[in-house]
Structure formats: structure tokens, C-alpha cells
Design a protein around this ligand. Structure first.
Ligand code: BG6
Length: 494
């Protein structure tokens, strides 16, 4: 029996290009979809989080017409574009074994359609990756994390058009050829299930303004959403093929936002609903990308809901021939499945959740559940028998800078400790877990609520929701704690 973390366990930290970099339109970068997401401080209170997750046509067009930084926080992020040396030094001091970064497609192919990459964009990533490697930090490379060049949305309507597969493959080929010696694990698509909940982020689909008032805001675009996701499955398979042709030992991963639905009661209807939620929101995606087959339960779901997934001959063979090597997921919270529509609700990652009376919540209503992580690890390992990677996990909280500049964040340490203990239990259960990249190791702009004040980092960034601040970096208490955790390979969690 394994009793603890393997000696080569990859302790790390994660960020995404649009949330951390800034460097808006610098050195040839094109505008991307994240640059068009408006700060949460511009929303009325009654619109709350839910509408912030929907970019409608009028909002999008207003953003496209806005030059400069405006009220668009992903245009400044945490300004890593100008602070990368300092950031990598801090990662090295912490002892990170791996840094999960994402490449901005629009920094390398500004419109997505060029035939040659923007050399300045490649140079930027070469510098960051080179600095990490010089410190012995491995790289987990995400190719697309919620962003694509806006030109591909304007011209093709995002991923629902098959032509985008070819353009993505051009981009993926450049990344693989340029960086394959330096990247430990490749991830073509962050949270490939996100398009169902956030079509703009996931598949580059802008919904009409009136959608945001519907109970099911995306019902009229579901065929486009699932076609967009199907096109990502095809692009993923082609990326696995290209990677393995370069070197069969290159590891390519898929990733989902993991939802952990518990039946609200032991009534069989609720147990069935929890299974169906799990299938539709999670297993569908990993079944296709890790097993290589479309599951029957989705055929039924598509048929009964009038959803047409537009495929071409040969797509399913390609998906079957090139499954991923690793299964990654993000894990933040768990939820309840219940047929009772009056059940209390709370917020969660990408979607609202039904409340679990046994769990505490974060300040943003996300239900903290380390045991759900252990269950998730067991379920995914049993189902796929492929190495797993926790690509994101962490606690969004409001941090306070004391007069002496220190930042005490015991709530973050408590959250992480509980999850590390759950990981250890899962490893004892026999799960093959390769690594863990804590989200966002340095404060970044929150994806769901588009604000800086929802902070995850162990490194504080002096910047407020409007982008005011020095962008100076400071270590929080959790920085020293994680350093000890890594140095002891997960043994010292005190
Ligand atoms: C994940 C995303 O779903 O959740 C990240 O991949 C995101 O981009 C993270 O930041 C946390 O969500 P939020 O909304 O708190 O930023």
C-alpha cells in the first residue's frame, strides 16, 4: 500500500495568461475574448454573479470598440508580462516543482489566422519558461484557457465553426515544436466542460442580449455549444497525434471543472439525478477524451433535448485513436442534486449549486469539501485507470494587508491543508496522482466575478478591482507554509 506522496510528486502553482499577464496589445498581441469582459464593479447589484458570467452581444460590441484598458481587468491582470522575473524568483523560493501557465493564443497568432507566429510572443514565453527551467521548475502548458483571438469570434462565431480546428492545430503545432523539450504535460483545453455553463469563455459563442433573462439562457444555442465542444474534442485528438509523432513520451492531458454532486436525500430519484448530473457535466467529457468514445447516455440526452451535434465522418475514429495520457481536473466545491426546486442554492465554480447543510462556504458561497476531492480522485481513477493531475484547487478570499505589510491568511492554509490530507488518503486508496497546481499561486483577476479582490494567491499583488496599485508583490503567511509542505513532500502540514 502507498502511504504518502510519491517522491517525484509535482507540487506546483497555476495561473492563466489572461488573468495574470496584462501586457494588453503589447509586442504584437491581438485582442482576445477575455479582453472584452467587463469589471464586476460595473454591474448592478441585482445582476449578481450569474449575469457576470454571460457576455452578451451588446457588451461584447461595446468592449470591441473600447481602446486602451477601460474597465476591462483582464487587460491588466497581475501584470506578469512586466513582472515575470520577480514572479519566477518567488516561485523558485517557494520550491515549486511545476508551474502551470497558459499561452495566450492571441499573443502568438494575433488574429488566429496568420500563417507565421508572432516571434515576440514566442520570445516572451521562452523567457518565462527558460527562467523556470533554470530553477528546475517544470512546466504544465495549457494551450487555451478561456481565451481566443476575437477575430475568430467575429469571423467564424467561435468554435462552432470547424475551420477553427485547423487554425488551432496550426497554433498547437508551433507550441509543440517550440517548447516540447521544456513542457512536462500539455493541456490543449482548460476545463473543456466550461462551454456548457459559459459559452463565451468555453467555445467563443456570444449570446444575444435577451438570453440573459431566460431561465435557461443558453437553450437556443445548445446545438452550437455542443458542436463547439465536439470540435474541441477533434482538435484535442489531433494535438495528441501531433505530440506523439514528435515524441511518443510527450504527455497530453484533458481537463474538466470537476463537480461533485451528492444526492440530496437517499430517495432513488435524487440518487439517479446525482448520477445524471455527474454524467452530463463531467464524465461525458472525460469519457470522450480519455476513453475515446461518445457515451450512450449523451446520445439519449441530445436526442431528448433536440440537440444536434454536427460531426463529420472520421471524427469518431480520430477521437478513438488518440485518447489523452493524463486526466486533469480543477476542484473547488461540491454540490447537491435534488428534484426539489425549492432547495436552497448557493454559488459555485461556473454554476450555482444546491446547498449542503454539512458544509461551510467560502465568502463567495463555494462549499468547502475536501472529502469530495478524495471521492473525485477515486471515481476518476477507477473509471479511467490513467494518471490524474489536480490542475486547480484553492480558496478565493479577501486578504488584509496589515500596517507592517504582512498578510495573515490562516483560512487559506486551513483550506489547503484539508485538501492535501484528502489527497494523501486518495493516494493510500491506490489513486495514481501525478501532481497538484494550486490556483492561482499569485493573485490574479478572478474569472467568474472579474475582480482582483477575490484572491487565491500565496503571493499578494498590490492592485484593486479597478486596476489601481503598484503591482508590488508580497509574500502572504501561506507562502512560507507551502514552502515547508513542498520541502517535506507533504509530510509537514502544520
Ligand atoms: C477555474 C478557472 O474554473 O476556476 C480559473 O479555470 C478560475 O480560470 C478558477 O479563476 C477560480 O474561479 P474564480 O471565478 O474564483 O476566478
Amino acid at each position: 500500500m502507498k502511504t504518502t506522496f510519491p517522491t517525484d510528486f509535482l507540487w506546483g502553482g497555476a495561473t492563466a495568461a489572461h488573468q495574470v499577464e496584462g501586457g494588453f496589445m503589447e509586442d504584437g498581441k491581438g485582442m482576445d475574448t477575455s479582453d472584452c469582459r467587463l469589471t464586476s464593479t460595473k454591474y448592478g447589484p441585482e445582476q449578481a454573479n450569474r449575469f457576470m458570467k454571460i457576455e452578451t452581444r451588446s457588451m461584447y460590441e461595446q468592449a470591441l470598440a473600447t481602446e486602451g484598458l477601460g474597465d476591462y481587468p483582464f487587460r491588466w491582470g497581475a501584470d506578469e508580462y512586466h513582472h515575470w522575473e520577480e514572479d519566477v524568483e518567488l516561485f523558485a523560493e517557494m520550491g515549486l516543482k511545476i508551474y502551470r501557465l497558459s499561452f495566450a493564443w492571441s499573443r502568438i497568432f494575433p488574429t488566429g489566422e496568420e500563417t507565421e507566429p508572432n516571434q515576440a510572443g514566442l520570445d516572451y514565453y521562452r523567457k518565462v519558461i527558460g527562467a523556470c527551467r533554470a530553477h528546475g521548475i517544470k512546466i504544465y502548458g495549457t494551450m487555451v484557457h478561456y481565451s481566443m483571438p476575437v477575430n475568430l469570434v467575429n469571423k467564424y462565431g467561435g468554435w462552432k465553426d470547424r475551420h477553427v480546428i485547423e487554425l488551432f492545430c496550426r497554433y498547437a503545432k508551433v507550441l509543440l515544436e517550440e517548447f516540447h523539450d521544456d513542457v512536462e504535460i500539455w493541456l490543449p483545453f482548460n476545463e473543456v466542460n466550461s462551454g456548457v455553463f459559459h459559452p463565451y469563455n468555453g467555445v467563443g459563442i456570444v449570446v444575444d442580449d435577451e438570453c440573459a433573462t431566460w431561465d435557461d439562457p443558453f437553450r437556443n444555442v445548445k446545438s452550437d455549444i455542443y458542436t463547439g465542444i465536439h470540435n474541441q474534442f477533434v482538435a484535442n485528438a489531433l494535438t495528441v497525434k501531433m505530440a506523439h509523432e514528435i515524441d511518443p513520451s510527450i504527455k497530453v492531458s484533458c481537463m474538466i471543472a470537476r463537480f461533485m454532486p451528492y444526492p440530496g436525500t437517499c430517495h432513488p430519484e435524487n440518487v439517479l439525478l446525482a448520477l445524471q448530473d455527474q454524467q452530463r457535466d463531467n464524465f461525458f467529457f472525460t469519457d470522450v477524451m480519455a476513453r475515446g468514445t461518445y457515451p450512450g447516455y449523451m446520445d439519449r440526452y441530445f436526442t431528448e433535448n433536440g440537440i444536434e451535434v454536427r460531426m463529420e465522418d472520421g471524427d469518431l475514429d480520430l477521437i478513438a485513436a488518440y485518447p489523452v495520457d493524463v486526466v486533469s481536473f480543477s476542484y473547488y466545491f461540491s454540490s447537491i442534486s435534488a428534484t426539489d426546486d425549492t432547495w436552497e442554492t448557493t454559488d459555485g465554480n461556473l454554476t450555482a449549486a444546491k446547498a449542503n447543510p454539512y458544509l461551510e462556504k467560502s465568502e463567495w458561497g463555494w462549499q468547502k469539501d475536501p472529502i469530495g476531492l478524495r471521492i473525485s480522485l477515486n471515481l476518476l481513477w477507477d473509471r479511467y485507470q490513467k494518471p490524474l493531475f489536480i490542475a486547480e484547487n484553492g480558496l478565493g478570499a479577501k486578504d488584509v494587508v496589515e500596517e507592517d505589510g504582512s498578510i495573515h491568511d490562516p483560512y487559506r492554509v486551513d483550506y489547503l491543508r484539508d485538501h492535501f490530507l484528502a489527497m494523501k488518503e486518495a493516494i493510500k486508496d491506490g489513486v495514481d496522482l501525478l501532481g497538484y497546481t494550486m490556483w492561482g499561486i499569485i493573485d490574479v483577476v478572478s474569472s467568474g466575478t472579474i475582480q482582483m479582490s477575490k484572491r487565491y494567491g500565496m503571493i499578494y499583488v498590490d492592485c484593486d478591482d479597478e486596476g489601481n496599485g503598484t503591482f508590488e508583490r508580497r509574500k502572504k503567511d501561506s507562502f512560507e507554509w507551502y514552502k515547508k509542505v513542498i520541502a517535506s513532500n507533504g509530510e509537514n502540514l502544520a
